[in-house]
Design a protein around this ligand. Sequence first.
Ligand SMILES: [Ca+2]
Ligand SMILES: [Ca+2]
Ligand SMILES: [Ca+2]
Length: 296
Amino acid sequence: MKKTALIGSLSLLVSFIAIISLSNAYWGLGDCQDGHPVVIIRPLYSKNAEINLDGIASESFWSSSENENGTLTVPLASDIGTSSFFVVYLNLTFVMNDEYLYILCHWLDNTTRPDLGGNNYDGLYFCWNINVPNFTAYFINGMITADMGGGDVDNWDWKCMSSSPPNGSSYFCQDLCFGTSGWYDPSLELDDVKIGYTYINNVSYTLEIQRKLQTNDPYDVQFDKTQLYKFNIGLMNDGTHEDHAVSWTHALDLKFDDIEQPFIDGYILSFVYMLMLISIIIYIKKQKFSSKIKNL
Ligand SMILES: [Ca+2]
Ligand SMILES: [Ca+2]
Ligand SMILES: [Ca+2]
């Protein structure tokens, strides 16, 4: 084998391994944080932001052109290989003022407000790290943090089913917390997370979330420091809690005087590897073609 062909083949092999590795880091196999760096989000600070919590994103700050670091699309997936496997893309926008954090969530769902009975529902939750040393989205033993070094996680849990308040309603969703060995009794804390939601029948949901930066509640994350606040998201579609799709780990950056953190999405890396692969194949084919011409 010629030297160039050997180099090409080796590069091909490395590319395949890299692609397989990236693929395995997604779709719920293992801790996806191993394959995806933490995504850093910096919310738009809008001192005079006032919200009408109606699930309609008519507030001008939601679409502000200055909010390029606080707007993103998050891919979520449930466990691959299961009958309930699905992928969903969640559009998120973060805005804050001196008192509140606001989050706009929008995603497609062709079975809105399901009437399936039991514990089947549509819904969205956020898990916010309070004090877990090795916080990730990989809860291999359920909602406990023992595997991550212990500590507590604030959980904001919104559900939608046929018995939920009607389209356009605003109310406090469940505000929970779990720790080293499991969930705390919900009665230990007040509900501090208010939502407004709308849906377009069998098309999409829009959720506006409002929470005070500080609640003085030990079972809530307190946005009272200039630091990164790690979180992940889960999304349910017509399933029970166990069937939900999850995001990899993200972090809200409240260090407003810090330098921008570089971030390379796993998809971009996959695309780069794919381009390398195609280039190598073309190169090898050209080499083979040239040797054939020479041998004529
Ligand atoms: Ca609104
Ligand atoms: Ca649904
Ligand atoms: Ca809580």
